[in-house]
Design a protein around this ligand. Structure first.
Ligand SMILES: NC(=O)c1ccc[n+]([C@@H]2O[C@H](COP(=O)([O-])OP(=O)(O)OC[C@H]3O[C@@H](n4cnc5c(N)ncnc54)[C@H](OP(=O)(O)O)[C@@H]3O)[C@@H](O)[C@H]2O)c1
Length: 251
């Protein structure tokens, strides 16, 4: 716990919709003081309306290290420290190799890898001993899926970064893990870049491939983050935890 509040403090990047939003709600219910970030003014405003009043909603574009700097200063000013950083902001769009251009590649790596790394770097001085860092990965690292090469590469980079950082930060009492969801029903599905009929087909066929027979919910992932943030997970670091309904085991 930090010095300026009796509550543990959690930062959720990309906390304005989907998994991040559900996790912000879960952590708030768990007793955390919560800050969330996003970059889109509409979703930031919508998050402000639906999240509990005392959740802090901040604009910080994960592509811009200067925004991470300002974010860290704001967390410091408000709370003086941090007990959990959930580095969840991310994007993912389908593209066959021929359609991948530099802008596509850069956007994915800038948000999913560079953004997560530099956000952690900037908030690192605020993380107290006993705190946790959780990165957002994806089951796609385990699977070969067509049209998904760039996105999978970003999540592979994250998984690899987590193992190094877990060892590097362990002497400071900071645990670092990655939570890797399978398909989860969030606004991300509408951003995949699939035409309407293909998206409807994608949604319909997902459960067929999942041993537990349904697509994941944002709350399924939020509960895992909540567990990893809790003292019950105090001996867990450097792991990649799949929340995929058995998808990867069944392949
Ligand atoms: N849904 C799935 O099936 C699934 C599966 C595996 C992994 N994941 C991962 O889970 C994480 C959350 O995804 P989700 O499904 O909850 O998707 P989502 O509903 O689209 O949420 C993405 C979040 O990231 C934020 N974000 C995007 N670009 C940003 C930027 N440049 N700067 C700051 N924030 C940014 C969004 O805010 P804005 O609205 O402001 O852009 C939003 O809050 C992602 O890392 C994703 O790769 C999702």
């Amino acid at each position: 716990m930090t010095g300026q509040t009796s509550h543990p403090v959690a930062l959720v990047t990309g906390g304005t919709t989907g998994i991040g939003l559900a996790t912000a709600r879960q952590l708030h219910a768990d007793g955390f003081a919560v800050l969330v970030t996003g970059q889109n003014r509409d979703t930031l405003a919508a998050a402000e309306r639906v999240l509990p009043e005392d959740v802090v909603v901040l604009r910080a574009d994960a592509r811009i290290p200067g925004d991470a700097e300002k974010l860290a200063a704001e967390v410091d000013r408000r709370f003086g420290g941090l007990d959990l950083a959930f580095l969840n902001a991310g994007v993912g769009r389908f593209a066959p190799l021929e359609a991948v251009d530099e802008a596509f590649y850069d956007e994915h790596f800038d948000i999913n890898v560079k953004g997560q790394l530099f956000t952690l770097q900037r908030v690192l001085p605020l993380l107290v001993p006993g705190s946790g860092v959780i990165f957002s990965g994806a089951v796609s690292v385990e699977l070969g899926q067509p049209n998904w090469s760039v996105y999978s590469a970003t999540k592979g980079a994250v998984a690899s970064m987590v193992r190094a950082l877990a060892v590097e930060l362990a002497p400071r009492g900071i645990r670092v893990n990655v939570v890797s969801p399978g398909p989860v029903d969030t606004p991300a599905l509408d951003k995949l870049g699939l035409p309407g009929a293909a998206l409807a087909d994608f949604r319909e066929t997902i459960p067929v491939h999942i041993p537990l027979g349904r697509i994941g919910t944002a709350e399924d992932v939020a509960r895992m983050v909540s567990f990893l943030a809790s003292p019950a997970a105090g001996y867990i670091t450097g792991t990649d935890i799949l929340v995929d309904g058995g998808l990867s085991a069944g392949v």
